[in-house]
Design a protein around this ligand. Structure first.
Ligand SMILES: [Zn+2]
Length: 338
């Protein structure tokens, strides 16, 4: 059984930067006050799902040791291969990548059964914001009065997209982006520290995203893509060249990269420049990119080449207008120039 290719390692500890939250949760479990409905909220790539998995395996384990699942009991062997009858994980399915009402009904039926191994049952829903409205509604009553010995663990990377009715029925545990020093030793294990640092910067401080970049050998390519966006924003590269440099990226990743570049450019402006033409152009572009990202997250499926060219071209034009406008003003009213 341990040779199954997809099997988890015997023990799933929390990640190093999650230890404080983990200790608090274990203390409330020991005191009999662990909430039955937990919402683990943190940006994707910060480890919310891993925390939930560690907790699920801990709760189901027959003999947890040193604050972790033991890795040896029957329950641990079953959770390692996803075959534990008291553990159900809901994830998005189908073309729309939603968690459907049918899945939630199945989960409710699961919750009403007696635990097979006698300890408790754990239902994991990740990412919870992928539940559609009907699914979220169907879950409300169970969240309000979870069956005895059942824990509901909801993981979300977009807390604000969850209905307030769901949020208010859970105890929310928020995971901020960890400090670099708390995750760099973990990230740099078996790799170069400087490379790990670059990966973490590219991933906006999200360690699991950074680890993925390192694993895929993508750090250098990602640095080049970031430089391409910076060049466009600085007026050093034309939109078509930047478009070509980013052509490999899926649309969602492209939007994230562009938003990140715009945010950095906005941050680099002094407060008074923020109210000036460049500030306006950057903020308007950022709004546009956020709007596009929201539309994609909500299921819009635009042609990627067209969306990319439109956004980059629009951005270039806006920043170009700013340059032209500044030139005009400098000609007509040099006194107002700061
Ligand atoms: Zn165990």
């Amino acid at each position: 059984m341990t040779d199954t290719p997809d099997a988890l390692p015997p023990v799933t500890p929390p990640l190093p930067w999650q230890h404080a939250a983990w200790e608090r949760l274990l203390a409330s479990h020991d005191g009999g006050s662990l909430p039955h409905a937990l919402l683990l909220a943190g940006l994707p790539g910060t480890g919310g799902e891993r925390f939930a998995l560690a907790l699920a395996r801990y709760l189901l384990c027959a003999a947890p040791a040193q604050g972790m699942n033991c890795g040896e009991c029957k329950a641990c062997r079953l959770t390692a291969v996803g075959a534990h009858g008291d553990f159900l994980a809901l994830e998005p399915t189908g073309k729309g990548q939603v968690i459907s009402v049918g899945q939630v009904r199945e989960a409710i039926a699961f919750g009403s059964q007696t635990p097979g191994l006698g300890r408790c049952k754990v239902l994991l829903i990740a990412p919870a914001e992928r539940m559609n409205a009907a699914a979220a509604n169907a879950l409300l009553k169970t969240l309000e009065e979870p069956p005895a010995n059942t824990y509901l663990l909801l993981v979300t990377g977009a807390e604000s997209r969850l209905p307030a009715t769901v949020r208010s029925r859970c105890q929310v545990l928020r995971f901020p982006v960890p400090a670099a020093e708390d995750c760099l030793p973990w990230l740099a294990e078996g790799s170069d520290v400087e490379l790990a640092r670059q990966a973490l910067s590219l991933a906006a401080g999200r360690p699991l995203r950074a680890a993925q970049l390192l694993r895929e050998g993508e750090v250098e390519a990602a640095m080049k893509r970031r430089a391409a966006v910076e060049a466009l924003l600085a007026g050093r590269a034309p939109a078509p060249a930047v478009d070509a440099a980013l052509a490999e990226l899926p649309l969602e990743a492209f939007l994230e990269l562009l938003a990140r570049g715009l945010q950095d450019a906005v941050r680099a402006l002094a407060a008074d420049a923020l109210r000036g033409p460049r500030g306006h152009a950057l903020l308007a572009s950022l709004d546009e990119v956020h709007g596009a990202a929201r539309a994609v997250a909500a299921g819009a499926n635009p042609q990627p080449e067209l969306a990319r060219a439109t956004l980059l071209g629009g951005l270039e034009a806006r920043l170009g207008e700013r340059a032209a406008g500044a030139k005009l003003r400098s000609v007509f009213s040099p006194v107002t120039r700061l």
